[in-house]
Design a protein around this ligand. Structure first.
Ligand code: GDP
Length: 449
């Protein structure tokens, strides 16, 4: 989402070739101002930010370094509001979270994502459907809960959201759940009836925290709505949804400073794993095109179990990597969610993530083919790819509904993956990986197109 901002930051930096040149600084600041305003950041916020960046850069001696450092410091400050970070558990009992937001903001999806986030961290989670306004909201949450295997409380005969919320809280206490996340009603725009309903749910429930879901695509209007929710009901954190979209970034840069509530998570795709913890420094790194290795590591570590990883590495080293391992690896990649948003976290790869806009690993059909093929194999074939002769391949192709060419292609892919895995698990693994990365970044590479 920050693609446009990131490229204008880079071009602002380019204006600063010489040190100690006030004229260059004025130009760079002007470039920065234009890009921030274009990103729909409030003009007062822009003005304050620029003044601070200018003062700091001058004080440290004008140059690229000092300019960068000043932007970094003040963007981080802008994105930081007093309050908690990430997910915090109540000191005792069930941690009850109320989710709020306008209709269409991504509230129900985010309720699922948050439940999934906690579930992958081994928490016992209950979600509750107290959005009784939008017809399909209960069913939507039910489907989401089923897909992530999280328990849900709902009562379709009940018309009163307060009653639903209280019953869910009772169930959560009795069932010794760690966390209860309640999806509440939204509206297309703020109205008095909605505010009263949400205020009464909050009062009856006394939740540990209220999370407000803000749609990144809404610009300055979104900041104002969040401010109204905070004023009328009181919110403790903001989750920014649709961060993967073509939003201009203004909401992200405005919410913390203008509403005074910390950003806690960002949603970066439609799938359940597409939620990450919000940490200002990391976002600034990404914004400045420097990548976010820590974020990437965190995202992968929740999914790749360390023991499992060790087991696989051992197998690879011994040349025992088989089709089942291959499928497992592919599934793990799929679980990480939005591939494009992850690329942006790798230093120097933000341009690439733009180029890969249309690649969707999960829906490419490829994993489906591979799965179908492996399902058509005998256990022996899965464990020992060497035994695959022509008649076996024919049988597998038939069973999986694929052509023999497709089967051969998957076998070749598997062979490459096994080879590649072996290479990276060796002594020179890191070096090889770096080489591969630099090749991927070169303009002659096909993936860049
Ligand atoms: P609600 O009315 O606030 O409960 O909104 P929903 O949860 O139904 O979401 C509205 C739409 O936004 C759905 O199509 C979601 O798939 C989509 N959505 C939610 N979060 C994200 C996100 O982080 N990225 C993208 N691309 N789409 C999202």
């Amino acid at each position: 989402m920050f693609d446009a901002l990131t490229s204008s930051f880079t071009s602002a930096l380019k204006k600063l070739r010489f040190s100690d040149d006030t004229k260059a600084l004025v130009k760079a600041l002007d470039e920065l101002k234009k890009s921030l305003l274009k990103a729909d950041v409030h003009h007062k916020v822009v003005k304050d930010l620029l003044a601070l960046v200018e003062a700091d850069t001058k004080a440290a001696g004008i140059g690229k370094e000092s300019f960068m450092r000043a932007i970094r410091t003040h963007l981080e400050a802008l994105l930081t509001a007093p309050g908690r970070q990430g997910f915090v558990y109540a000191p005792s009992g069930v941690t009850t979270i109320l989710m709020m937001g306008l209709q269409g903001s991504g509230k129900t999806t985010t309720t699922g994502k948050l439940a999934n986030y906690l579930k992958t961290r081994n928490k016992k989670v209950l979600v509750a459907a107290a959005d009784l306004q939008r017809m399909a909201a209960v069913e939507q949450l039910r489907q989401i809960a089923t897909s992530i295997e999280v328990d849900i409380y709902y009562d379709e005969t009940q018309k009163d959201p307060v009653a639903v919320a209280l019953a869910a809280q009772k169930k959560a206490k009795e069932g010794l759940y760690d966390v209860l996340i309640i999806d509440t009603a939204g509206r297309l725009a703020i109205d008095e009836a909605l505010m009263q309903e949400l205020a009464s749910v909050k009062k009856a429930l006394n939740p540990f925290e209220v999370f407000y879901v803000a749609d990144s695509l809404t610009g300055q209007a979104g900041v104002n709505t969040a401010a109204t929710f905070h004023e009328k009901i009181g919110i403790d954190g903001v989750i920014l949804s649709k961060y993967d979209g073509d939003g201009k970034g203004g909401v992200a840069l405005g919410i913390a400073s203008q509403v005074g509530v910390p950003l806690r998570f960002i949603g970066s795709g439609e799938k359940m794993p597409d939620l990450e913890i919000f940490i200002a420094g990391r976002i600034v790194s990404r914004l400045m095109g420097e990548g976010d290795i820590e974020g990437l590591a965190e995202k992968t570590s929740a999914i790749i179990d360390e023991k499992q990883a060790k087991k696989i590495t051992q197998k690879i080293k011994k040349g025992q990597f088989n089709f089942l391992d291959f499928l497992e690896q592919l599934e793990a990649i799929k679980k990480m969610g939005n591939f494009k948003s992850m690329l942006g976290m790798i230093p120097g790869m933000s341009g690439m993530s733009q180029a890969l806009k249309d690649v969707d690993l999960e829906n490419s059909g490829e994993i489906k083919q591979i799965k179908a093929m492996i399902n058509s194999m005998t256990p022996k074939e899965r464990m020992d790819p060497e035994v695959l002769n022509n008649s076996r391949k024919q049988r597998i192709a038939k069973g999986a509904g694929l052509s023999q060419i497709e089967v051969n292609r998957v076998i070749k892919q598997f062979g490459n993956a096994a080879k590649m895995a072996k290479r990276f698990s060796g002594k020179n693994g890191m070096k090889d990986l770096q080489n591969m990365m630099s090749q991927m970044g070169s303009p002659t590479n096909r993936m860049g197109r």
